[in-house]
Design a binder for this molecule. Structure first.
Ligand code: PGA
Length: 252
């Protein structure tokens, strides 16, 4: 059975001090809620505070990006080794905001994914269509293409450390959630692409999250869908109550 993973993506929010405060408040509330893995992906500067605060809890810490080179003249970037040494276990790769604002391409998403996996990190690889692409009828084609491109040269063995997050761009931070049916369908396209690339067994075992305005109100309905194995949560992961409610929905 594949694992349900509830992951927060804090984006550019929270200072180190607020990070420690948030995790210390969250930890006792989510303790023992182990039907899902609980991950918080935080800004790089918050990682030491997050790792320290999460010690001895069931909260795992992730980063929001990783560079594909091991080291060198890449001002402002962070390597996989830096992340693992700091105690990071997960990393978000190819988020639509990185693709939209920071020139991320399918190629760099693939390179970053390989670098993360080769360093032993778990990769949360994001794919998703824009509203225009959906309206043109390209959702399935695009999701399969992005998924296969991101996972090029990944081995079947490494797929154990891959989570794919289907995040329709039109649903991110907009308050517009995909319907549970749309989420299930999009996640199904991702799983079909994994099956085409790695076979049915790997596809069945891979966690595919939904992301895009998931919150305390809609999480239960989304998570009830066969193909939705968790969530990548932006806005609602910044509020203890809302995030806890999503964890509860995954534990029901
Ligand atoms: P949102 O963000 O939950 O605020 O829509 C999701 C994401 O970007 O991962």
């Amino acid at each position: 059975m594949r694992k349900t993973v509830i992951a927060g993506n804090w984006k550019m929010n929270m200072t180190p001090a607020k990070t420690a405060e948030f995790i210390k408040a969250l930890a006792p509330i989510v303790a023992g809620k182990d039907k899902c893995d609980i991950v918080l992906c935080v800004p790089a500067i918050d990682i030491p505070a997050a790792v320290e605060a999460a010690k001895g809890t069931n909260i795992k810490i992730g980063a929001e990006n990783v560079h594909f080179k091991a080291s060198g003249a890449y001002t402002g970037e962070i390597s996989a080794e830096m992340l693992t040494e700091a105690g990071v276990e997960y990393v978000v790769i190819g988020h639509s905001e990185r693709r939209q604002y920071f020139g991320e391409t399918d190629k760099t998403v693939n390179l970053r994914t390989l670098a993360a996996l080769n360093a032993g990190l778990k990769a949360i690889v994001c794919v998703g269509e824009t509203l225009e692409e959906r309206e043109l009828g390209y959702t399935e084609t695009l999701l399969k293409y992005q998924t296969k491109m991101a996972l090029t040269n990944v081995t079947a063995e490494q797929m154990k450390n891959v989570i794919v997050a289907y995040e329709p761009v039109w649903a991110i931070g907009t308050g517009v959630t995909a319907t549970a049916e749309q989420a299930d369908e999009g996640n199904g396209y991702v799983r079909a692409a994994i099956a085409e690339a790695f076979g049915a067994d790997v596809a069945e075992a891979t966690t595919v999250q939904y992301g895009g305005s998931m919150n305390d109100k809609n999480a239960a309905e989304l998570l009830a869908k066969t193909n939705v194995d968790g969530g990548l949560i932006g806005g609602a992961s910044l509020k203890t109550d809302a995030f806890t409610a999503i964890v509860d929905a995954a534990n029901a």
